[in-house]
Write a protein that binds this ligand. Structure first.
Ligand SMILES: O=C(O)CCC(=O)C(=O)O
Ligand SMILES: [Fe+2]
Length: 324
């Protein structure tokens, strides 16, 4: 493993991979691999998401989260284990904790439109009638981030010595989730549990996460020397990190790095923070067994064989969304 200590998340240009010269494409693959072998996070530009899309989706979700709790709760369906619609304040906690995070969020899932029978595995999306514009922009951003994610996985496949299109079919109509999050103002800090934070330290469950809006203060990533590094993405960048599924599949060659969202300083406690991660999941049948090419004497196999669907079910129970 590379022992470089990054002071910030490396910035890359996805256009070098998609439209660059062969040398630029190869450099992108190697730089991405080096970052994922170490800090597990990069910031990318030229990902296909426009400012207009970002602004439209942010406007829609801010309108939704500003609705009274009783209205938002109409869109909360506990039987779906938080996989679609609204998830209320304090419902999710990081694995290994019981105090809920200081956030509320909304889940938008895959829309299968090509007749693929996998449609039967997925609950329908839930769209709020109070914010009718959310459906069109939610679907557009979902597809745009999914396309960027496919490109990132192609680069990852090349870094791993696999066929460039190794992941393409595995993520086609995958179980990905777009999650607009509202970290609500903390009007009375004494009224929340003493150890409650906006998002307690965790690794993401999925293959990779593409995050819009990580530039606002608060997101930090745990470097391998134990120091927390703030994520400082530019407005035109997406932050893209490795999740636990990819880390398992690569026998921890690619790192799913622990990250968190800290509470604001006292004078900013009364302000909101919004962010929108896209959690890129494969189809549930994907086998996450450690790749043979990532196992050798120096790197013995670390994880039991499991499918993506089984792994997701385990983790939903561990974070409080699927009732045990
Ligand atoms: O809000 C953020 O910036 C990050 C959120 C996050 O890490 C998550 O929801 O998994
Ligand atoms: Fe996360």
């Amino acid at each position: 493993m590379s022992s470089i200590l990054y002071d910030e998340v490396p910035s890359l240009d996805l256009a070098h991979f998609t439209n660059g010269s062969p040398e630029q494409k190869e450099a992108f693959v190697q730089d991405l691999g080096a970052a994922y072998n170490n800090i597990g996070f990069v910031a990318i530009k030229n990902h296909g998401l426009t400012n207009e899309m970002t602004e439209k989706l942010y406007a829609a979700i801010q309108k939704f989260f500003a609705l009274p709790d009783e209205v938002k709760q109409k869109y909360e369906v506990p039987e779906l284990a938080g996989q679609r619609g609204y998830i209320g304040k304090g419902k999710e906690h990081a694995k290994g904790r019981s105090t809920g995070d200081l956030k509320e969020f909304y889940h938008i899932g895959q829309e299968v439109t090509d007749g693929d029978p996998i449609k039967n595995e997925y609950p329908d999306n839930i769209w709020p009638e109070e914010v009718p514009e959310m459906e069109a922009i939610g679907k557009e951003v979902y597809k745009t981030l999914e396309n960027a994610g496919v490109k990132m996985l192609q680069a990852i496949a090349l870094y791993l010595g696999l066929d460039e299109h190794y992941f393409d079919q595995k993520v086609h109509n995958g179980n990905s989730i777009l999650r607009p999050i509202h970290y609500f103002p903390i009007e009375n800090p004494d009224a929340v549990p003493a150890d409650a934070v906006r998002a307690a330290e965790h690794g993401d469950i999925n293959l990779i996460t593409l995050l819009m809006g990580a530039s606002a203060d608060g997101l930090q990533v745990l470097r391998n020397d134990g120091k927390w590094i703030p994520i400082t993405a530019l407005p035109d960048q997406l932050v893209v990190n490795v999740g636990d599924m990819l880390s398992r599949h690569t026998n921890n060659k690619l790192k799913s790095t622990i990250h968190r969202v800290v509470n604001p300083p006292k004078d900013k406690m009364g302000t909101s923070r919004y962010s929108i991660p896209f959690f890129m999941h494969p189809r549930s049948e994907m086998d996450l067994t450690c790749l043979e090419s990532c196992i050798d004497d120096a790197h013995p196999k670390l994880y039991d064989d499991i499918t993506a669907g089984e792994f997701l079910e385990q983790r939903l129970a561990e974070i409080g969304l699927r009732k045990k």
